[in-house]
Design a protein around this ligand. Structure first.
Ligand SMILES: [Zn+2]
Length: 119
């Protein structure tokens, strides 16, 4: 059974895996940071925030010495799962940690198949 956690991110409660919502690819173990299973791309803010006036360097792009845009993609289908701004060199953040057991109990009770069990 898969539950959608974010727009392009599911959790598979039986396999205890993070999965891509679009292509079903298993990213990494549900107890781990889903970002570890993603393709990661670091971009300069100026690539995204284009200049507001033609022939001008003025834009609202944050200073690249202080801020980078980090994008996380499904390694198979390429859908963007998450993105965030971080200072250069900052470790990848761990932003979602679920109580897998509680979810399994909750959804296992609903399905009444008894197929959900801890390894
Ligand atoms: Zn995918």
């Amino acid at each position: 059974m898969k539950i959608r956690i974010m727009e392009a991110l599911d959790i598979d409660l039986e396999k205890e895996m993070w999965c891509c919502n679009r292509c079903g690819t298993e990213l990494t173990g549900a107890g781990d940071n889903y970002k570890k299973g993603c393709l990661v791309r670091e971009r300069l803010p100026s690539e995204v925030h284009e200049p507001l006036v033609e022939d001008s360097s003025f834009s609202f792009a944050p200073d690249p010495d202080w801020c980078r845009l980090i994008e996380f993609y499904c390694p198979r289908c390429g859908v963007m799962i998450e993105n965030q701004y971080l200072p250069p060199g900052h470790p990848i953040t761990h932003d979602i940690e679920l109580d897998i057991e509680a979810l399994q109990q909750r959804y296992g009770a609903d399905s009444q198949t008894g197929s959900l069990s801890r390894k």
